[in-house]
Design a binder for this molecule. Structure first.
Ligand code: FAD
Ligand code: MLT
Ligand code: ZN
Length: 462
């Protein structure tokens, strides 16, 4: 470590773990996107709130940019450090701090993996219901910073709904305790909610108090095969009207193709163009009957061409794997990811227009559709063909994303439903958010991070 700024940091916080090892710079400087070349100044791995505060104070004194870093499973480049920033990894701050049975809350450090929160809640007979495939590697701090969604939003909402309190270190180096676990608090601006979804641009989440809830009743998982795209939202309506849905997820045959190639088990003998995985409460006669009624109605109306219902937990997991395995199965193709949302009522028209647009723009590319269709959230992944150079591929995808952003603007949708803006979607923010809103966001950033050192260049430019 020869940089004098780092020597001063180490002198100011003698116990701080700092590394400039080349393999560490590479490892901590990128996220799941893998599009930017990592080039951080160093990696800091603090173990306490005091150390985080010390780092932010040092950053302000030295004018060094800081990239907050969780599990780096982000899909929008938010945790990328490609310009000499200090990566501040919360990895070592990964403990459960407190469980409060009366309040039904779990206080944790921000670096704790989502799955460890699930396990801790379960130990107390409760659940933390935000859930998705990156659970083993992503952190609660990253979930909060992106307002992560996942497969159970239809029932439980986004991360935002489950954060009862936050401790943050702002970009100015102040420690704030926000909302302190209260259910009700009408005492001015809710700065906790402002921090949620701010992608590390306002400060660092160091601790969180999470709400827990009762485990759901017994559920079944059903896989449905659909003959056409046009029927998708009708199937959704039929199931939602009759059942308490825990999840309603969609994918295409192209997605299934890649998951099967990745080792999943084939669900039907025949090939179908579209699929839905849905999970719903059962456990009594009325609910069982409602599930059968939904399925039979869809079959009679020709909305669904086949279906299978889980008979055991193992089979439920097998069906879920078909949906949850998609991201991993596509990773080797360096997919260009779109993560868009519209209101559910806009979805049929938006789907038709988007299908036409992509068919026209990508006649030769493998385009894989999947997502949380019950939330109006669609993931459109474009796979890079072997014979196309990375830069050409990204250029072409960016052109199509611009058209997609225009369609979203017409439908009142969002260019990022749950992954965040980061670097990937920064050029398209205007349209989803108005110029006035973006100006206000800049003002808010300036008041919490006056020197503009918290994740600069992410979400919007200074
Ligand atoms: P990182 O990638 O490390 O960081 C994400 C952003 O948060 C960055 O801007 C970073 O600077 C900031 N940040 C991280 N920690 C902090 C902190 N303590 N304080 C302030 N800022 C911080 N996302 C969904 O929403 N729904 C899904 O269904 C979903 N499924 C996924 C499945 C797979 C297989 C993968 C690889 C990713 C998936 N994601 C999903 C995306 C990703 O997992 C989420 O965005 C997750 O919330 C990121 O958490 P992380 O700890 O990895 O954050
Ligand atoms: C998902 O829904 O599987 C995630 O958001 C990940 C992805 O979009 O690849
Ligand atoms: Zn998703």
């Amino acid at each position: 470590m020869t940089d004098s700024r780092l020597e001063r940091l180490q002198a100011a916080i003698p116990g701080l773990r700092l590394t400039t090892d080349v393999a560490d710079l590479e490892h901590y400087g990128r996220d799941w996107t893998r599009r930017w070349t990592p080039a951080p100044l160093a990696i800091a791995l603090p173990s306490s709130v005091d150390e985080v505060q010390g780092i932010v104070r040092w950053a302000n004194a030295e004018g060094v940019a800081v990239v907050p870093s969780g599990g780096r499973t982000g899909l929008s480049g938010g945790a990328v450090a490609a310009n000499g920033e200090l990566v501040l990894s919360l990895e070592r701050m990964n403990r459960v701090l407190d469980f409060n049975r009366v309040d039904r809350t779990l206080a944790v450090q921000a670096g704790i993996p989502l799955e460890a929160v699930h396990n801790a809640a379960r130990e107390h007979g409760l659940v933390y219901p935000v859930d998705f495939a990156a659970r083993g590697s992503c952190s609660i701090g990253g979930n909060i910073a992106t307002n992560a969604g996942g497969i159970r939003v239809i029932r439980y909402g986004n991360t935002r709904e489950w954060v009862a309190g936050l401790t943050v270190v702002t970009g100015a180096g102040e420690v704030l305790h926000l909302n302190r676990g209260l259910i009700k608090n009408s005492s001015g601006y809710d700065l906790r909610q402002l921090m949620i979804g701010s992608e590390g641009t306002l400060g660092i989440v160091v601790e969180a108090t999470l709400r827990l809830t009762d485990p759901p009743p017994p559920t079944n998982v059903m896989l449905l095969a659909l003959p056409s795209f046009e029927t998708l939202m009708q199937v959704f309506a039929a199931f939602r009207e009759r059942l308490t849905l825990e999840a309603f997820e969609f994918f295409t045959d192209r997605a299934l193709h890649h998951v099967l190639a990745h080792g999943a088990q084939k669900p039907f003998d025949e090939v179908h163009p579209y699929y839905v995985v849905t999970e719903f409460a059962v456990g009594d006669e009325a609910r069982e009957a409602a599930a059968m009624a939904a399925f039979e109605y869809c079959m009679e109306q020709g909305l669904v061409s086949d279906g299978v219902i889980s008979q055991s937990d193992a089979q439920a997991a097998q069906l879920w794997r078909l949906r949850e395995g998609i991201t991993e199965s596509l990773a080797k193709y360096k997919p260009y990811k779109n993560d868009v949302s519209v209101r559910i009522s806009e979805m049929p028209a938006f789907l038709t227009q988007t299908q036409a647009l992509l068919g026209q723009e990508y006649p030769h590319f493998d385009v894989v559709w999947f997502g949380h269709i019950g939330d109006g959230n669609l993931h459109i992944n474009v796979l890079k063909p072997d014979d196309t150079a990375d830069a050409d591929f990204v250029r072409q995808c960016e052109h199509v994303t611009k058209l997609l952003a225009q369609a979203l603007e017409r439908h009142g949708g969002s260019i990022s439903a749950e992954h965040g803006i980061g670097l990937v979607k920064k050029p398209y923010l205007l349209g989803t958010r108005s110029a006035e809103e973006i100006a206000l966001m800049r003002g808010i950033k300036h008041s919490l991070d006056p020197r503009g050192l918290m994740n600069p260049g992410k979400v919007f430019d200074a």
